[in-house]
Write a protein that binds this ligand. Structure first.
Ligand SMILES: Nc1nc2c(ncn2[C@@H]2O[C@H](COP(=O)(O)OP(=O)(O)O)[C@@H](O)[C@H]2O)c(=O)[nH]1
Ligand SMILES: [Mg+2]
Length: 317
């Protein structure tokens, strides 16, 4: 593929043309995507597009908690309230592991206005890990951040995947349903400090919802001392069916304006890729220099190249 064509795709993506964005994404999903990535990301920079444009929101929780339904409602409110802004939604679904297909369930539920360029919806099959973020997905999210004001990432939280999504987002929500086993599970698992905020959805089941809410608040109170900021995270109560609480949730999201350290995020994703590809040997080589990489971080691609050339020196000697 020629640089000229890639530039055209990126120009089209900048204008939020869905076809161009989809094509650009597919370049990042190819097996041989590295060489393309080495063209795409520097080119974005030269076009003065920055990854720091988007506020990235992670939405995680067990299957059935209502994440996709909530996102559908949030996008509707967003289109109404933020006429000058744009949003991309990336849904990562593990069901693809079973069906080999993609995330049809979500796609049919989250019905996007087709002609509306301010919204872009993408589902990513997660190939390697259940609900986890695979390397391609990471680069897709990076790409989308250059074009959109908001990037919402839906992942299925089972066990440790909450950690994953919170590393990838500027702000991470955990969605719970009233007294679902997930809440108990979550309280036991000791990763309570991970999400930045909670959403208890299906509050139309009122009494269950309220007891669930109080249980959560009590647990958080109890854990306050170990929470990083010693401040209780916000807890939102929503019902998609009754359309309650979601306006407030959107107002909260759209008023946040900060970014987590993306260099750390990049190095984390790079390390994960190295572990998958080269195992402990690769990690050892990577770690010899990881402090230097963080201090002199330029981009994922530069750090990756740095690692690969050190790796080839080892293989030769
Ligand atoms: N009663 C009720 N059902 C809901 C609510 N939100 C979602 N659901 C239903 O819960 C099921 C799972 O929703 P979905 O959005 O696919 O959950 P996800 O797996 O977390 O993405 C669907 O049948 C939804 O219609 C809600 O606020 N109240
Ligand atoms: Mg879903």
């Amino acid at each position: 593929m020629q640089e000229k064509e890639i530039r055209e795709l990126l120009e089209g993506s900048r204008n939020l043309e869905k076809f161009s964005i989809a094509r650009a994404i597919s370049l990042l999903e190819r097996e041989d995507s590295r060489s393309l990535r080495n063209i795409i990301f520097p080119m974005l920079q030269s076009m003065e597009l920055s990854e720091n444009r988007a506020f990235t929101v992670g939405i995680t929780g067990t299957p059935g908690a209502g994440k996709s339904s909530l996102i559908g409602e949030l996008t509707r409110i967003f289109l109404e309230k933020n006429p000058k802004q744009s949003m991309a939604v990336v849904a990562i679904d593990p069901s693809s592991n079973i069906s080999g297909g993609s995330i049809l369930g979500d796609r049919t539920r989250v019905v996007m206005p087709r002609r509306e360029n301010r919204i872009f919806f993408r589902s990513q099959a997660s190939q390697l890990e259940l609900g986890g973020v695979n390397p391609h997905t990471y680069h897709v999210i990076r790409l989308l951040r250059h074009f959109f004001d908001f990037v919402l990432v839906e992942t299925v939280g089972i066990g440790q995947n909450e950690v994953e999504v919170s590393l990838l987002s500027d702000y991470a929500f955990l969605v719970l349903q009233p007294l679902g086993g997930d809440q108990v599970q979550f309280m036991k698992s000791g990763i309570m400090e991970v999400p930045d905020a909670f959403i208890i959805n299906k509050m139309d089941e009122e009494s269950l919802g309220e007891s669930s809410y109080h249980m959560l608040i009590n647990t958080l109170e109890f854990l306050r001392d170990v929470l990083p900021s010693q401040k209780l995270p916000p807890v939102f109560k929503t019902s998609v069916t009754k359309k309650r609480g979601i306006d407030d949730l959107w107002d909260f999201i759209s008023n946040q304006n900060f970014q987590k350290n993306r260099n750390k995020e990049s190095l984390y994703q790079l390390e994960k890729w190295i572990r998958n590809e080269y195992g402990r040997f690769g990690i050892r080589i990577f770690r010899e220099h990881d402090q230097r990489l963080l201090e002199h971080f330029k981009s994922y691609e530069v750090a990756e190249q740095d690692f690969l050339s050190r790796l080839s020196q080892y293989s030769l000697s």
